[in-house]
Design a protein around this ligand. Structure first.
Ligand code: UD1
Length: 347
């Protein structure tokens, strides 16, 4: 780790660095002068992402293709490379699938964190930024503050609650550790170049990727899951955050870890402003230049009316703010989706 006039420069291992949020964070880490190594199983991402990252950063990012639940491979990587910090994105993240395959979720998400943290401790790596989620607020997500009790409504959510607890306990036992738990609200958008973005496999579960596929002609119409919620237009409201703002939050957290005395810090990353399904659909229609069709259907099981962050702790402690608007999110998603109608190429 070296200090410069602009802050600290670190050698950072980015797990899940080929994924949606990971890839955007890699670009910003390189731009800030950090050294980056990626590990990704490519279970839910394509190796061709790495070529896009090379084009954007002007650098071939070293990449290790394996699953972190492999304790031996994880240990070998840490024995070979002197990392200062880890940003841990890797994990399974589909809510519905987690209900069908709970064991897979617990084994993968907890197992990868165990082997990663073991290797970090063995090799004296103290800084860890962890991808958590607003899902840890369970059913109580309106103006959520970090001090609220955590809970979950599905196995995916429980893996996040449990990983947070594991990391808190590890940091309590070893107070030299510096851990950031970042609770993301709803990440959307893409890099402004349109060359990297979200590439869901199969039918998208989340709102904005689905709308983007309607816009590009891959799906007929958006299904609006319920218009009888206690919200101004009856549709569910969420705190959508541009992935570029989210990536910037990771860099701010990493820098903060290098100067804080607190073993564990928890920060919400959101805008603090809710947007409804219909507001998002209309914003996307403006971005792509045509009215997008929708039908109102039944509520989706497990959905809540409104979820948004109180981001004031991250604002105050990190000096970080989500700056991009819903229109920016739609314009950038549309640039990515229209240039890559079927996502990343296979090879
Ligand atoms: C979902 C997950 C959450 C996860 C997050 C990741 C559920 C219940 N929750 O959150 O645990 O952390 O994704 O980003 O899956 N909607 C439609 N039509 C669609 C898709 C969504 O109307 O085709 C509505 C939903 O009812 C909701 C809003 O759009 O009101 C956002 O949905 P989504 O993008 O799936 O995010 P969350 O439900 O907030």
């Amino acid at each position: 780790m070296t200090g410069t006039a602009y802050g600290v420069r670190m050698r950072v291992l980015v797990t899940g660095g080929a994924g949606y949020i990971g890839s955007h964070t890699v670009v910003q880490l390189v731009a800030a002068g950090h050294g980056v190594v990626v590990v990704d199983s490519f279970a839910n991402s394509k190796p061709t992402v790495m070529a896009r990252l090379a084009a954007l950063t002007g650098m071939d990012i070293p990449v290790h293709a394996f699953d972190l639940t492999d304790i031996d491979k994880t240990e070998r990587l840490f024995a070979e490379e002197p990392f200062d910090a880890v940003i841990h994105f890797a994990g399974l993240k589909a809510v519905g699938e987690s209900v069908e395959k709970p064991l897979e979720y617990y084994e993968n998400n907890l197992g990868s964190t165990f082997s990663l943290v073991r290797a970090m401790r063995r090799h004296g790596v103290r800084f860890l930024v962890f991808s958590s989620s607003a899902t840890v607020y369970g059913d109580a997500q309106e103006a959520a503050t970090e001090d609220q009790a955590t809970s979950a409504t599905n196995p995916y959510g429980w893996t996040k609650v449990m990983q947070e607890q594991v990391l808190r306990d590890v940091a309590r036992a070893d107070p030299t550790m510096r851990v950031a738990l970042l609770r993301y609200f709803n990440p959307v958008g893409a890099h402004p170049s349109g060359t990297i973005g979200e590439d869901p496999q199969g039918i998208p579960n989340n709102l904005v990727p689905f709308i983007a596929q309607v816009a590009v002609g891959r799906r007929e119409a958006l299904q609006v899951f319920g218009d009888d919620y206690p919200t101004p237009d009856g549709t569910g409201r969420r705190d959508y955050i541009h992935v570029e703002d989210l990536a910037a939050g990771h860099l701010a957290a990493l820098t903060r870890l290098a100067s804080t005395d607190a073993p564990v810090s928890t920060w919400n990353l959101g805008t603090g402003r809710p947007t409804s399904v219909l507001q998002m659909l209309h914003a996307f229609s403006r971005a792509c230049g045509r009215e997008l069709p929708y039908v109102v259907t039944a509520r989706r099981a497990g959905d809540i009316a409104t979820s948004y962050a109180d981001p004031s702790r991250a604002n105050a402690e990190l000096g970080w703010y989500a700056e991009r608007t819903v229109d920016d999110m739609c314009a950038d998603t549309w640039r990515w989706q229209s240039a890559n109608p079927t996502g990343y190429p296979d090879a």
